[in-house]
Design a protein around this ligand. Structure first.
Ligand SMILES: *Cc1c(COP(=O)(O)O)cnc(C)c1O
Length: 353
């Protein structure tokens, strides 16, 4: 703690991102990046943007991107907010819509950035344990609160909550904002965006980092009632009026225009997820049912930390969380068929040498 720090900075417990090691030939299955690259049309759009116009500020409203997102989901562009990665969108949501007199509710096992934002913005929170089988029970969210947030599918479990149950949570909480973080919804879930016209308290957050293979471009968005979006615009314009640069706007628009590439990549991930699940189960793993681009699995005999360390020695990195309830699990991002085969071979070597 330095005397130059504010007292708040001294108390922060920052998020620790999955590592990005600079090793050659690494099989990197630890941060849920998409193994299939971005659409070639995205690369082309970004290249076309590389000219003298870079001296000019980008459109502060990112209208072209809002129009592309609104068109994709059949909503009005005034119902769309965009930000520098969905992490930034989430930050504005915590500050602008989840900070109230009562605590915000989220699961005990969930995206670990939520408690970090609570610390940064001094938002009171209450964690709601997932069931024994690591599911969200909508009944648990029928209690006084200042807002609700959960990922669907949840991270790092991969478990999906059916839309009718999501709707039950929204319906039971008309006085608070319910945020559904759909970072992984395109890998087999159904989006709650179709419900935003019926529920003024629903906000759906998504990212281009996972299903659209653009983690490096940093683009996320939220869709909801215009009043909720206006709150986010007010926070954004009190923080950074230009969250997306010209290249990010051009690339993100192109990503939404290339629906074919998007579907091809999502289907490829889903196919590999089902194959990997089956093979891991055959090797003695319990694998939670996943609708995401990762699986969450534990071995019936060996501790997760040991397996992660042994895989690492073989140049394969997966994510291990040293946290209550899940310390035996590994979160394994779905890779290309070749990467998944390398993982399976390494696991075979670990157990059967
Ligand atoms: C990856 C992820 C995000 C963050 O996405 P970015 O757009 O890359 O910031 C948000 N929520 C969940 C649950 C995620 O897994």
């Amino acid at each position: 703690m330095s005397k130059y720090w504010s007292s708040l900075v001294g108390e922060l417990k920052p998020y620790v991102p999955g590592e990005q090691p600079k090793m050659a030939n690494l099989v990197k299955l630890n941060t849920n990046e998409n193994p299939f690259g971005p659409s070639p049309k995205v690369i082309e759009a970004i290249q076309n943007e590389l000219d003298d116009s870079l001296r000019l500020y980008p459109d502060p409203e990112c209208q072209a991107l809002k129009d592309a997102i609104a068109g994709h989901y059949g909503v009005n562009s005034k119902q769309v907010f965009v930000g520098n990665g969905s992490d930034e969108v989430l930050a504005h949501i915590f500050q602008g819509l989840l900070k109230h007199d009562k605590p915000v509710l989220f699961p005990d096992i969930t995206y670990s950035f939520y408690p970090v934002y609570c610390g940064l913005y001094q938002v009171e929170s209450k964690v709601i344990p997932l069931t024994e089988s690591f599911e969200i029970n909508p009944e648990d969210y029928k209690q006084p609160n200042g807002g609700i947030i959960f990922p669907n599918p949840n991270a790092p479990t991969g478990r999906y909550l059916g839309l009718e149950h999501v709707e039950a949570i929204i319906e039971a909480n008309p006085d608070s904002v319910v945020v559904v973080d759909e970072a992984y919804v395109d890998f087999g879930g159904e989006t709650a965006i179709q419900l935003v016209d019926r529920y003024p308290n629903l906000l759906v957050c998504q990212t281009l980092s996972k299903a659209r293979s653009l983690a490096g471009l940093r683009v996320g968005f939220a869709v909801g009632n215009e009043e909720l979006i206006e709150a986010l615009n007010r926070v954004k314009d009190s923080f950074n009026s230009y969250p997306l640069d010209r290249l990010a706007i051009a690339g993100a628009v192109a990503a939404f225009e290339d629906r074919e590439w998007f579907e091809h990549c999502c289907n490829g991930v889903i196919r590999e997820r089902e194959r990997l699940t089956e093979k891991l189960e055959a090797k003695g793993f319990e694998v939670l049912p996943s609708r995401a681009n990762f699986v969450f699995a534990r071995h019936r005999q060996k501790p997760g930390a040991d397996i992660a360390a042994m895989l690492r020695d073989k140049g394969i990195i997966v994510r291990h969380f040293n946290k209550p309830r899940i310390s035996d699990f590994l979160r394994i991002t779905i890779g290309t068929p070749g990467q998944n085969n390398a993982l399976l071979k390494a696991i075979g070597d670990v157990f059967f040498r």
